[in-house]
Write a protein that binds this ligand. Structure first.
Ligand code: PLP
Length: 429
């Protein structure tokens, strides 16, 4: 899927020999595109073609790729302390990160539990919610989640995810989950009613949700007031609130965290993706004092016996500290506000187009559905993907949903090029 088709470049051939790529049925997939360089907003392939990274490499590299400020901090950390066991030992990068993160997290967050990725961040959020009730002697073993949510690919995370068309092989092993529709404003009362019925019928331990935007469900937005009321009902019924901010965190919605748009605050927050500015894998599950206190006991078995080898890796911590420093900087805050406004303008501009359905934006996230007859185009998603790559823009349409999550550092020229290429769709399809 490169701009100019070449027959099997050397790297493509070697890739096919031993590599098994994620979310891929290799028998029907084209070759993987070798990327040899990423700098700022630009990805470069092995033939020298450039592509604007319109989704910040799955919402991670929001300060631009190979950002000097971040790579220098990590490189300095690398000279000093690379890795040490985080059970029995501690270190300054983790301590400094905890202080910097607590300062910007939604109100009430007090403790950080480190892990390796977004799936483990939500997995631990689920375990905290279940064990919280177990430790208190409550018989609550069921999780609540939104239909069509996505929380990751490990067993707990898969169980609470509603988009499980490819998870057939594992369904017998899922944890128990009840689901509610997302509140869209016009269906709120119905959702509250379903929720109240489920609460009466089941012993629900925790509610896991992507606040305001469901990423993998194709950037679907929902109603903030409706979500707030759901959280309020859950809290009144002692259901632990687990906010999955893996996608929405660190400025993408225009605030540090999407939970800031909602007055009911989460008990637990799951973080990854932009946490380390796209440099190294890491996840964090944070919680408030109430959760922590339920594990704090003379009884050792009440502790959280979960631990990953690379917990609080000092290099990943250094990247995260540097990322938070950038996020809080005036330069980045200004850029986020600017992209937010540009997105609004673009949404307004395309909203009259008959091929555009449900155009929407929040912060740097902009999305809409391309309203075309899909059978006429066969595999629309692949054709759209190819169209963008041919035009030097890396986007990953989901079905007929086009969305962008550009790096905050994107230039005016590059952002406008993305918009122009998107508008080109309307005459092409
Ligand atoms: C990506 C994502 C995850 C899973 O993160 P991985 O690092 O891919 O395991 C979980 N929740 C949400 C909302 C995500 O967007």
């Amino acid at each position: 899927m490169r701009a100019i088709e070449v027959e099997n470049s050397e790297l493509e051939i070697r890739d096919r020999k031993h590599l098994w790529h994620p979310l891929t049925q290799h028998k029907v997939s084209p070759n993987m595109l070798p990327i040899v360089k990423a700098k700022g907003t630009i990805l470069t392939d092995d033939q020298g073609n450039n592509y604007i990274d319109g989704i910040s490499s799955w919402y991670t590299a929001v300060y631009g790729h190979c950002n000097n400020f971040i790579t220098e901090k990590v490189s300095r950390q690398m000279q000093n302390l690379d890795q040490v066991v985080f059970s029995g030992f501690t270190h300054k990068p983790a301590i400094e990160l905890s202080e910097a993160l607590i300062e910007i997290l939604p109100a009430g967050q007090q403790k950080l539990f480190f892990n390796d990725n977004g799936s483990t961040a939500t997995e631990i959020g689920i375990k905290m919610a279940l064990q919280y009730h177990h430790n208190l002697g409550n018989d609550r073993k069921i999780m609540l989640a939104f239909e069509e949510g996505f929380h990751g690919d490990t067993f707990g995370a898969m169980s609470v995810s509603g988009l499980s068309v490819y998870n057939g092989a594992f369904e017998d092993h899922f944890i128990r989950v009840e689901r509610i529709p997302v509140p869209k404003g016009d269906n709120n009362e119905e959702v509250f009613q379903i929720l109240n019925e489920l609460i009466r019928a089941h012993n629900i331990a925790g509610f896991i949700y992507e606040p305001l935007i469901q990423g993998a469900a194709a950037m679907k937005f929902h109603d903030a007031e409706g979500l707030n009321k759901i959280l309020k009902i859950c809290r009144e019924n002692e259901i632990i609130l687990v906010a999955d901010e893996v996608m929405t965190g660190f400025g993408k919605t225009g605030k540090y965290f999407a939970s800031e748009y909602i007055s009911e605050k989460p008990d637990i927050v799951c973080l990854s993706k932009a946490l380390t500015a796209g440099l190294l894998p890491m996840g964090i599950t944070s919680c408030n004092q109430k959760i922590y206190d339920a594990f704090y006991s003379d009884d050792i078995a009440k502790g959280l016996f979960h631990g990953h080898t690379y917990t609080a890796n000092p290099l990943a911590c250094a990247a995260a500290i540097a990322g938070i420093e950038l996020l809080k900087s005036e330069v980045i805050q200004k850029k986020i506000k600017w992209i937010t406004q540009e997105n609004r303008n673009f949404v307004e501009k395309i909203s009259e187009n008959t091929k555009v359905k449900n155009p929407r934006s929040l912060g740097v996230i902009m999305a809409f559905e391309l309203d075309v007859e899909t059978d006429r185009y066969g595999d629309l998603r692949n054709k759209l993907f190819q169209y963008f790559m041919n035009n030097g823009v890396s986007l990953r349409p989901l079905g007929n949903t086009i969305y962008i999550v550009p790096p905050y550092v994107i230039s005016e020229e590059d952002l406008h090029k993305i918009y122009t290429v998107i508008e080109g769709l309307f005459s092409e399809f």
